[in-house]
Design a protein around this ligand. Structure first.
Ligand code: CKP
Ligand code: MG
Length: 316
């Protein structure tokens, strides 16, 4: 039975091998994407049993993603193959200055966008998972996806499981900013652990700083909030303790995508191991800092051995 369950859209990812506008790129490297899949990969590499609920098309992109999930040891018994809708994919540009790369989605009408509460035919082992991780991407994909994610969060919370939430704002996927903010704050209100980035948190709460953002979610029922500050580390707060953990210096930022998911892997794994929120934020930072040094969205997510190194970088 899984320790952790996630739900979301997995996509094929094509990463430019040349630093040019996407329209001009000829040479792409094939990889995988999807925030919740990235988190599944990271937790599985750290030894947790992860169940991933999703849907893929009956096509080569879907077959490739299934093989990837198997190679990463992810339980994909709840990944449905849809014969009517395709697997989504996305393109990612290469940057040479550490800035956020241009990305383009080809995911409208994808198999995953057709997920709905009808996909919740879970046998008991899934309901017994200790933790459910969701992000703000899935509820943007369709009404069915939104209803599914809310139903899973409500059930998990009612059953006393830990619900963790990364807002992952993707304005392009939403009909309006107001719809995005309202839906995401409602889902945050069903979650125990909320992990916004600083600019995401400001937009969602209207508060000016990390402490204000944390208070906003603590007042609305979250038990623990971690605000990601990028190179400046992270701010953490629960009912009793709050503070800032410093960022980890990174020699060269190769690609920022996936840093937030890496951060989530650090926080979730640490909380599952019973560590303090401060130690969880420190681990989140270490994994986020490692992930930005790799091109793929999950290539920097560490094994146990690599995590130990990332937490205690060798003296220069
Ligand atoms: O916030 P992050 O950079 O960690 O999220 C990255 C993922 O799911 C990426 O893999 C992409 O596929 C996505 O977020 C997305 O839908 O934008
Ligand atoms: Mg993110």
């Amino acid at each position: 039975k899984p320790d952790v369950v996630t739900v979301g859209e997995a996509m094929a990812l094509f990463i430019a091998r040349e630093a040019k506008p996407l329209a001009d790129v000829r040479d792409f490297e094939r990889a995988t994407a999807g925030a919740e899949l990235n988190v599944s990969v990271g937790l599985s590499r750290l030894g947790f049993r992860v169940g991933y609920l999703s849907a893929l098309g009956n096509d080569s992109l879907g077959a490739n993603l299934l093989a990837f999930m198997d190679a990463e040891g992810i339980d994909r018994s709840h990944v449905r193959i849809d014969h009517d809708y395709p697997t989504g994919f996305m393109l990612k540009a290469m940057t040479d200055d550490g800035s956020d790369p241009q990305v383009e989605y080809f995911r409208r009408g994808s198999a995953a966008s057709r997920l709905s509460p009808a996909d919740l035919r879970e046998p008991d082992p899934w309901r017994q998972a200790r933790l459910l991780h969701v992000t703000g991407i899935s509820p943007a994909l369709s009404n069915g996806c939104r209803e599914l994610v809310f139903a899973m969060a409500r059930q998990a919370r009612a059953a006393g499981r830990l619900v963790t939430f990364d807002p992952n704002l993707r304005p392009r996927l939403w009909p309006s900013e107001a719809a995005m903010v309202d839906t995401i704050n409602e889902l945050a209100g069903l979650s125990d652990v909320v992990m916004p980035g600083l600019s995401e948190g400001k937009l969602l709460t209207g508060r000016a700083d990390a402490a204000g953002i944390a208070d906003f979610y603590l007042e609305r029922g979250a038990r623990q909030v971690v605000v990601k500050l990028g190179p400046d580390g992270a701010y953490y707060a629960d009912g009793a303790n709050r503070g800032t953990v410093p960022g980890q210096p990174v020699a060269k930022v190769v690609d920022t995508v996936g840093a937030g998911d890496g951060f989530a892997v650090g926080v979730l794994s640490a909380l599952l191991e019973g560590l303090s929120l401060r130690d969880a934020a420190t681990r989140g930072n270490a994994i986020g800092a490692r992930q930005v040094q790799f091109r793929g969205d999950c290539d920097g997510l560490p094994t146990r051995e690599q995590l130990a190194e990332a937490m205690a970088p060798p003296a220069p």
